[in-house]
Each structure stands twice: as structure tokens, then as C-alpha cells.
Design a protein around this ligand. Structure first.
Ligand code: AVI
Length: 322
């Protein structure tokens, strides 16, 4: 077996000053909010991995089961000679199934979390020595200026965005995200996207309010991170995790609720909280199959195929650049 070529690594992450500016701006809003990308420091990644193993958190195991059942059909829909570009590579098991079926000449991993990116690419490149590996550390909530990619054996490009991370964008942001990738994918390009389906709100409620409190810890870790990295003085015991499903907006919202009137300092900035006031930390939008196909059409993609599980909890959509 040939030995794997080393992964080519590109770091496009903005300076830490950008996190400070974004957090200060978010806390100054009339409705305080923080972008969910800041969940994923090293501890946040560990906690997210633990969430994925929780009995209540169905998306990860359900999507994996869909991949196990349908990866060859997905590879056929994407077509041969595909350079696969994965966004947010966290769980390499789903990726491994797709790589086995697709045998792509090139795999490009794009993620904000360096540890995840390096660990996934190292493990995958040992398993798939025929594939070239490029890792790009970038904030994928903005259009990613991809470096020039090797072209040998590449007939087309396909985006792989698993995990229902697209649900962490609002529908407008998701449309803009897909539109932004269209020119990068080019004519004949395709996308394979994991999307969480609308379902009984009780199932959603349990998934984001797990009995062990791991999701609560994940949410509160945001404040611990700002204390550590921005010199903030959040009292973690003075905030609690809240997650609820908004049927009108078709999304889970996560918040951190201030348990009392208090002031928090970050550098020379002071932020006042009323008792019960929240910081909105995440949206997790859920889409019926037709709703997501309509969103993709508005972004310039044709819906080719969609695979779901028997309980219709989760969907994997295959789209083609129209
Ligand atoms: C990463 N993302 C798809 C997860 C979700 O379900 O929206 C993040 C998460 N938040 C709380 N639990 C999991």
C-alpha cells in the first residue's frame, strides 16, 4: 500500500482580535447574541463530541445510519472524479464511509477547529493513501477563499456539509452560504448536505436539554472561554442554559439566561444584564424535505436526490449546481 502524502495545511483563521470585536458587538445589541462558531474551542469540541454520543441527541447516529445504508448511491449521484470539499469535519466516520464509496482524487477539509481538522485528516490520509489531502482552517460562516487546489484526476467538485450544521445558519444565511459556494463548485458541481428534519417538538426538546446536562455545559463553556481568552469576568453560576423549539421559526433556540441583575466586564467595556435577560447563543433550524429543496433552488441548485431514515428524523440532500 502506498504511504500517504502529508496533508497540506492552510490557516486562514482571522486574528483573535476578531473574536473580541464580534463578542463586544454581540453583547452591545438590544437582544444580546453571540455567533455559535465560538462554541468550538478545544473543550467545546470535546463537549460537542459528548453531545453526539448522548441517547437523546439523535442527529449524529441517524445521519451515520443513513450514510451506512446509502453511501454508494450518494457516490453515484455525485459522480466519478469528484474532489470532495468537507465543511466542518468533526466526525470522520461519516466521511470515511463517503470516501470509501467515492474514492476521490482529492479531499479538502475546512474547519474552524484546528485539533479536529488535524486529527481527522491524519486518520483519513492513513486510511486513503491514494487521495490527496488539503486542510483549510477557516471560518466557514463567511465565504472561504480556497487556495489553488491540485487538479490531477479531478473532473468536478462536490461540497460535503454533514451534521445539520447548515441549520445553525438562519434560512437567509443558509441560502447565502450555498450561493457563495456555487462559483467554487462550478459547472457540474454538486453538494451533499445533512439536514435535520422537522419533527415532534418533544424529541427536539429532549435532544437539546439532555438529562446529563452536557448541552448545558457546552453552552456555558462559551462564557468560560471568554473569561479565559478575552479576560471577561462572567460568573458561570449566575447564568443557566435554556433551549426551546420555536414552531413559528422552525428552530431550536439556545440561550444563556442571567439568573440575576448583574454587570459583566470585558476589558474596559461593562455589560449590564437584567434578571431573566438572555444571550442568544445558537439557532438550530429544522427543515421539511421540500422546504430545504426550495431553499436550495433559491440558491441556484437543483435537488437531485434525498435519503432519510425510516423514522424520518434526518435527511441527506444531494444537490447539483443549476
Ligand atoms: C453543530 N450543530 C449542528 C449542533 C446542532 O444540533 O445544532 C450543535 C448543537 N447545539 C446543541 N447541541 C448540539
Amino acid at each position: 500500500m502506498p504511504s500517504p502524502a502529508p496533508t497540506v495545511f492552510h490557516d486562514l483563521l482571522p486574528a483573535p482580535a476578531d473574536m473580541r470585536a464580534e463578542v463586544l458587538a454581540g453583547l452591545a445589541l438590544p437582544r444580546k447574541s453571540i455567533p455559535p462558531k465560538y462554541f468550538y474551542d478545544a473543550r467545546g469540541c470535546e463537549l460537542f463530541d459528548a453531545i453526539c454520543r448522548l441517547p437523546e441527541y439523535y442527529p449524529t447516529r441517524t445521519e451515520l445510519a443513513i450514510m451506512r445504508a446509502h453511501a454508494p448511491a450518494m457516490a453515484a449521484a455525485l459522480g466519478p472524479g469528484c474532489a470532495l470539499i468537507e465543511i466542518g469535519c468533526g466526525n470522520s466516520e461519516k466521511t470515511r464511509l463517503l470516501l470509501e464509496a467515492l474514492e476521490p482524487p482529492l479531499f479538502v477539509a475546512v474547519d474552524i477547529a484546528r485539533e479536529q481538522l488535524e486529527a481527522s485528516c491524519t486518520a483519513l490520509s492513513e486510511r486513503f493513501p491514494q487521495t490527496g489531502f488539503v486542510a483549510v482552517r477557516a471560518d466557514f460562516s463567511q465565504p472561504v477563499p480556497l487556495p489553488a487546489l491540485p487538479a490531477a484526476g479531478v473532473a468536478r467538485r462536490a461540497l460535503y456539509f454533514p451534521g445539520s450544521t447548515i441549520g445553525n445558519f438562519t434560512p437567509d444565511e443558509a441560502r447565502a452560504f450555498l450561493e457563495g459556494w456555487r462559483p467554487v463548485l462550478g459547472a457540474g458541481g454538486a453538494a451533499l448536505i445533512g439536514v435535520d428534519l422537522k419533527k415532534d417538538p418533544a424529541v427536539l426538546d429532549a435532544a437539546y436539554n439532555d438529562a446529563q446536562g452536557v448541552t448545558a455545559e457546552f453552552n456555558l463553556n462559551l462564557l468560560a472561554r471568554f473569561n479565559r481568552e478575552l479576560g471577561a469576568n462572567f460568573d458561570l453560576a449566575a447564568f443557566r442554559h435554556a433551549a426551546f423549539y420555536s414552531a413559528g421559526l422552525g428552530r431550536i433556540e439556545m440561550h444563556l439566561v442571567s439568573l440575576r441583575a448583574q454587570q459583566v466586564t470585558i476589558g474596559d467595556r461593562v455589560f449590564a444584564f437584567r434578571e431573566g435577560e438572555t444571550i442568544h447563543t445558537e439557532n438550530s433550524c429544522k427543515y421539511a424535505v421540500e422546504e430545504f429543496a426550495a431553499l436550495a433552488a433559491a440558491a441556484g441548485y437543483e435537488a437531485l436526490e434525498c435519503w432519510t431514515d425510516p423514522e424520518r428524523l434526518f435527511a441527506v440532500h444531494c444537490l447539483r449546481v443549476a
